[in-house]
Design a protein around this ligand. Sequence first.
Ligand SMILES: Nc1ncnc2c1ncn2[C@@H]1O[C@H](COP(=O)(O)OP(=O)(O)OP(=O)(O)O)[C@@H](O)[C@H]1O
Length: 761
Amino acid sequence: MPNRQSALAAAIASEQVTVSMMYDRLDAARTRAETALSAVHAGSGSGLTARMRVEREVTAGEQAVRLARLHGVERGLCFGRVDTSGGQTIYIGRIGLRDEEHESVLIDWRAPAARPFYVATPADPADLVRRRHLHTRERTVVGLDDEVFDLAGMSESDRRGLVGEAALLAALRRGRTGRMTDVVATIQTEQDRVIRAGLQGALVVQGGPGTGKTVAALHRAAYLLYTHRDVLERRGVLVVGPNPMFLRYIGQVLPALGETQIVMATVGELFPGVRATARDTPAAEAVKGDVRMAGFVAAAVRRRQRVPDGDLEVPYEHLVLTVPHEVCAALRDRARAVRLPHNMARKLFVTELLKELVVAEARALEAALRIEELDDPDYQPLELDRDLDETGLRLGAERLWSDPGVRRAVDALWPDLSPRRLIAETLADPEALAATVPAGLDWRVLLRPAAGPGAEPTVGDVPLLDEAAELLGEDDSARRLAAREAERERAGEELYAREVLQVAELDDVVDIGHLSDLLGEGRLAERHHDDGPERTLADRAAADREWAYGHVIVDEAQELSAMAWRLVMRRVPARSLTVVGDVAQTGSAAGARSWAEMLDPHLEGRWREERLEVNYRTPVEIMRLAAEVLREVDPAQEPPESVREEGAEPRAVAGGPAAVPAVVAEELAAIGEGRLGVVVSDAWHPRVLELFPGGADLDAPVAVLTVTQAKGLEFDAVVVADPAGMAGRDLYVAVTRATRRLAVVHEGPLPGPLRLLESTT
Ligand SMILES: Nc1ncnc2c1ncn2[C@@H]1O[C@H](COP(=O)(O)OP(=O)(O)OP(=O)(O)O)[C@@H](O)[C@H]1O
C-alpha cells in the first residue's frame, strides 16, 4: 500500500524533527551542566569565604547529579506521545526538557501529566484520542506505533498516518542481552498501578514468573525518587535482590531510568563488613531462618555472661584474689538489670568486679601481713571504709586492669564480643548449641568449624549477625567523643555560614532549603575538610548498620527467611516497603509460603497486595508445561497468562550431562543471535560447567546456572538439565526462564508433569 507507506514515512519525518529538537535541548543541558561543574572544579578552594564555599557546594552537588542523569537518558530519550481530545499533544520521555522560552517540550515519564500514556485503555481512554509509541535507534526515529481511542476525534491527516503493531509485543520479541532493560515505553496499566502507588506503607506485589514484577519494582524506585526526592535522596532507597548475579542483571536499569542514587544488596551483604555468598545446607538454612533463632542469639549472649562455678580466684603477683561466688552472681545480675546491650553493660560489670578484686587484694595482703606482723604492737587490722576510699579503689582498679592475668579472668566472665566472634564461636561449640538453640530446632545441623575452610559466614548467618549486633551493641564511647568534637566544630562553621548568608542577603542566590539539607546531614562541613574523596550515599548507607532507608524494595522476596525479615525491617523503621515476589517459586527451605506469615509479625496486617497476572516472558507453549508443574507443587496458585505464541513446543532429550552440549548447539542454531542459559540441578552442576568453559559468567553466550542463580533471570533459550534432581518449586522456576525455546535433558524417567514431553534420544 504505497499510500500508507508514504503516510508512515511522512509521520516518521515529522516526529524526527521533534525528536532532533529534543536531542538538541539535551545537548545544551549537558553543556550547561559540564560548564558549571568545570567552573566549580577550576578553583582551588583555598581562600574562599564561607559564602562562596556554600555556593560551590550547592552547585557542584546539583550539577554532578544532573550530569549523570543527563548521560543516562541518551537511549530512547523520547518514546511516547499522546493527543488529547482537547487538541493537546504531549511527548513523553525519560526526562523532562524545556525549550528556550521555558515551555515544556518533553514530559518526564514519572510526572503526573504522563500518566494517561500508561493507563489509557479502549474502555477508559483517559481523555486521549491517540497514544503513539516512537521507536528510535540512536537519535533516529525508525518506527511508530499507534493506538487510537477515538478515531472520530482525529484529524484527517493524522488518520492517514496511523501506523502500528502493538509496541509491547515488539518490545517482548527483542532478543535478550543478559542485562535487564527498562520498559518505560511499554509499561502496562496494572504495572503502572504498582509503580505509582504511594510512598507510605507496605505494598506486596504478588505475580507469577515473567509478570514484570522486577521491572515494575525498579521503575517504582525511579518513580519514588522522582516524586519524593527530598526525603529519599537523603535517606536513599535500598533494593534487596536474591543473588549477586541477579543484581548484575538488573544493575543497569536504574541509571537508564534516570536514577543514580540507589543501594543494591543481597541479604548476604546487609551486614557491614561481610559479603556472604556461601549457602548453608537446606537443613541448616531452615533452622537459621526460623524466627525462634532470635531466642538463640539472645541465649548465646547471656551464656557469655558467666559466673564461676565456685569462688572467683585470680592469681595476682604473689597473691590469689578471691571474690565469692555469690558476689560474682550479684554483679552479673546487676549488670544485666540495666538492660543495656552486652558490650555497654560490660563497662559496669568490669568496674564493679575490679573494685571487688581491689578489696580482695587488700584482704589477701592483710592476711599475709597478719602472719608476719603478729608480734607488732602497732598493727591495725584492715578497715575497708578507712583504708580504701574512692580514689584508692579507682587507682587500684586501674593497676589490676593493666595486669594481663586479671584482664583474662574478667574477660572470661563478661567478654567484649563482636557479632562475628559470638556467632562463629557458638556455632563451633556443640555444648553451646545444645544449650542455646530453642527446643524443636535441630542444633546438630548448625555445627561447623570456628576457623579455616567451612567457617566463613553464610548468607543464613547474616540475620544472626545483625541480631547479635543489636544485643551486643558497640562500646562506642571513644567514637561518640570524637563525634561530639566534630559536631562542635561543625556547628561553629554552620553558624558562621548562616551569618554570612544573612549579612550578604543571599537568600535568593542560595537555595536555603537545599542548604539546610546539606547542613542537616552534616555534609557541608564534612566536605569542606578536603580529607579524601567524598563518599556517596550508597557508600555511607552500606557501611552503616543503623542506616534508616527512606524506602526498601525487596525482590524475589519469597526467598527471605523470617530472620532475614527482622533484619530488613530494622533498615526501614518507617515501614515504607515494596515487597515483590511469588510464593509459588520459593526455593529456600526457610522462605515464605505466604506473605502474611512473613509480614504480619512486623506490619500487623497493614500491607496491601497487588497481583500481576500477565506473563510477558514465557510463550504459551512453554507456559502450558509450566502450568502442569505448578499444579503439582501448589495447586492453589493460578499460573499467569502468556501473551505470546512463539510456535516452538518444548522438547525433552534423554541423556546424561554429556548430552547437554549437543542440545545446546541445536538450540543456539534455532534462536540465531540470542542468548542461552543451561539451568542445571546442583548434582549435575559441576559436570556441566566443565563442558562450558566460562559458563559461570552471566555474560557468556552460554551461561550455566543452578536454579538458585537463575532466579529472576531470563534467556532466549533455556536447556533444563536433570529436572529429576530439582525440587518441584525449583523446576517451576527453571522452566519459566525462557522467552522463546525450552529443551529438557534428563536421565531416567521424566518427573511427573514433564512426562507430557515427547522424549527423543
Ligand atoms: N510492560 C512491559 N513492557 C515490555 N516488557 C515487559 C513489560 N513487563 C515485563 N516485561 C518483560 O517481561 C520479562 C519479565 O519481567 P520480569 O523479569 O520483571 O518478571 P518477574 O515477574 O520479575 O519474573 P520472575 O518471577 O520470573 O522473576 C522481562 O523481559 C521484562 O522486560
